[in-house]
Design a protein around this ligand. Sequence first.
Ligand code: SAM
Ligand code: SF4
Length: 343
Amino acid sequence: MPDGQLQPPPTPLVDRFGRTVNYLRLSVTDRCDLRCTYCMSEKMQFLPKAELLSVDELDQVASAFIARGVRKIRITGGEPLVRKDLDALLSRLSRHLGAGLDELTLTTNATQLASRAEMLVRHGVKRINVSLDTLDPDRFFEITRRGTLGPVLDGIAAAQAAGLKVKLNTVVLRHQNAAALPDMIRWAHERGMDMTLIEVMPLGATGEDRIDQYIPLTMIRDRLDQIWQLQDLPQTDLSAGPSHYVRIAETGGRLGFITPLTQNFCAGCNRVRVTCTGRIYMCLGQDDHIDLRAALRGSAPAQTALDAAIDQAMRGKPERHEFEISHRGAAPALPRHMSVTGG
Ligand code: SAM
Ligand code: SF4
C-alpha cells in the first residue's frame, strides 16, 4: 500500500450464522487449588508449565482479538489467581480499556481473592464472577474435594470492600445444593450480589456420574416460583451472555439461569474461548479448535498469522452444542474438562 494511504479497518468477527463475536474468554492456566466434583477428577493431571502461553503471548492473542472487535475479555482457568504473573498480564491488558476494550473481568473460586482484590482494581477490573456452590463448610469441602469455605467468604468481602461488583455463579447439584438455593439466593441478594444458577454440563470424566449431579433448572425455577415472585427481565447487555435473568420481587436482587441442557441459547452466542496453551475453541460443547500457539511461534509475522488463524476459526464456528445427560454411565459429551477450556 503506498505511503500515506489509510489501511482499511480490520474485518469484524462474524460467523457463518451471522453471529458477531465480541467477547473473549481467555484461560491463563489449567491448574487449580480445588477439584470441584463436576469440573475435575480427583487425580487431575496438569500440563507442564512450559506448555502455557507466556504473558507476552497472551497479550498478543488478546490484542489481536481486540483489533478485530472484541470488547470484553474474561480471564479464567483453571483458577486464574494461582498464576503468579497474572498481575503483569492484567497490567498489559488494561492499556486497551477505553481504547477498544470495554471490560476486563475475571472468574475465580475466590480462595486467594482476599489478597488479590486490590490488584484487580488497580488494573481496571470493575466486576468479577465468583464461583460458589454452598454456604455450608462441610458441603464446600465435599464439593471441592479439599476447600475451606472461610477464605472464600473473606475473599468475597474483601473484593466488595475494594469496590469490585461481585456476581455469584452456582452450579446446581441435585443432592448437594439444590435444596439450599433459596437461602443462598437470599444471602447473596442481602449483600448486593446478583447470582446465576448453572446446569451441570457433561464435560470431561470427573469420577462422578453426571446423572447424580444434574437437575434441570426448569424444576428449580418452578420451586422458586412457589416462594417468590420472579419477574423476567429483558436481556440488555453484553455481560448477560447466555443467562436469562429475573428479578425477585421480595429480595430485590437479580437471578440468572444458564440452561445449556433445558433451553439452548447458542443462537445468540457472541464468544470464543482461548485455552492457556493457545487453542481457540469456537464452542464450549464441540471439539473443533485452531492452534494459535503455532501461529505465534511460527516463522510468519505473528500478527498476520494470528489474524489468519482467527479467520479460519471463525469460519468453523459450530452452530450449537449437543449436550445431553440422559442415562446412567453415559460417557461425557467431550473428554475435555471445563477447566481446560476455561468455563
Ligand atoms: N476456577 C474458576 C472458577 O471456578 O470460577 C474459573 C474456572 S471454572 C472452570 C469456570 C466456571 O465453570 C465455574 O463457574 C464453574 O462452576 C463452572 N463449571 C466447571 N465445570 C462445570 C460443569 N461441568 N458444568 C457446568 N459448569 C461448570
Ligand atoms: Fe477449580 Fe473452578 Fe474447576 Fe472448581 S470449577 S475445580 S475452582 S477450575
